[in-house]
Design a binder for this molecule. Structure first.
Ligand code: BTN
Length: 276
């Protein structure tokens, strides 16, 4: 376990020379503290900010997770960033593009983590980045209204980088992890961030040029939910148990329910629990 926390600040001077992406991260807003980088990025998107614009914060006071949860966002230890994506003409129409942005973005983050640390993260559907059964990071994608600059999605990425494992709040201590906890060393956040931005730029290109079948194949290859028995929490008092059989052409999770039925149920959103 890492004994020390890396507080080397993320600055424009440190990040810009490291960037390998053409557009992603070239417009960079770095905030010492904010409520939520997603909210900041959405405000910029509504004023017409271009694809690849990034909002980054050292700390969030109201970090948003999926399904109305909070995202633990202590200062200086981890990555909290939001990236503006815009639909552009390509092989996928807007609705296909919207379906695949969250899943392909999670794949981009997992690829970046692999390049920087040699760990082998997997994806829990739809977009949790996992090391084994522990959650390393998550994505919150929020779509904005169609404006003059076109349809946009803010991709919010929260990644536990240098948080010591015993610093997590009690309710997630048994289920969360960080890169420092997994590797036993401090991870250079600047290097990780620029690698994520390169992979997100590749992801934007894949969303423009690859068919749903190809997107399905690349995502499915990294998704540890497939082939497992799962429980999906669909609403406060509604859940579904069964075998996670495949990913649909629209990114949905196709489940064969437990019991006599042989009718596949397609789930488009929900919280998945991997059962043993
Ligand atoms: C999840 O619940 O798994 C998604 C977590 C997403 C957290 C990130 S941190 C940066 C961005 N800003 C937010 O308020 N949320 C996302």
């Amino acid at each position: 376990m890492a004994a020390r926390t890396d507080f080397t600040p993320l600055t424009r001077e440190a990040l810009t020379p490291l960037l390998r992406s053409t557009a992603f991260g070239r417009t960079l807003h770095i905030l010492p503290v904010t409520g939520s980088t997603n909210s900041e990025a959405m405000a910029l998107a509504q004023r017409g900010a271009a694809e690849g614009t990034v909002v980054l914060a050292e700390e969030q006071t109201a970090g948003k997770g999926r399904l109305g949860r909070r995202w633990h966002s202590p200062a200086g230890e981890n990555l909290y960033c939001s990236i503006i994506m815009r639909h552009q003409t390509g092989v996928n129409d807007i609705s296909t593009w919207l379906s695949w942005v969250p899943l392909q973005s999670a794949l981009a983050v997992a690829r970046a983590v692999r390049q920087v640390t040699a760990l082998e993260p997997q994806l829990k559907w739809p977009n949790d980045v996992m090391i084994g059964s522990r959650k390393l990071g998550g994505l919150l994608c929020e779509s904005g209204p169609v404006g003059p600059a076109g349809t946009c999605v803010v991709v919010g990425i929260g990644l536990n980088v240098n948080s010591p494992p015993d610093s997590f709040p009690v309710d997630i201590r048994e289920t969360a992890t960080s890169l420092a906890a997994e590797t036993g060393r401090q991870i250079d956040r600047a290097n990780l961030l620029v690698t994520i931005l390169s992979e997100m730029e590749r992801c934007a290109e894949a969303l423009r040029s690859q068919s749903p079948d190809t997107l399905m194949e690349s995502y499915g290859g990294q998704c540890s939910t497939l082939g497992r028995r799962v429980r999906v929490l669909l609403a406060a008092d509604e859940s579904l148990e069964g075998l996670a059989e495949s990913i649909g052409r629209d990114g949905s999770l196709r489940i064969l329910p437990a019991g006599p039925s042989d009718r596949i149920v397609e789930v488009r959103s929900g919280d998945v629990v991997h059962l043993r």
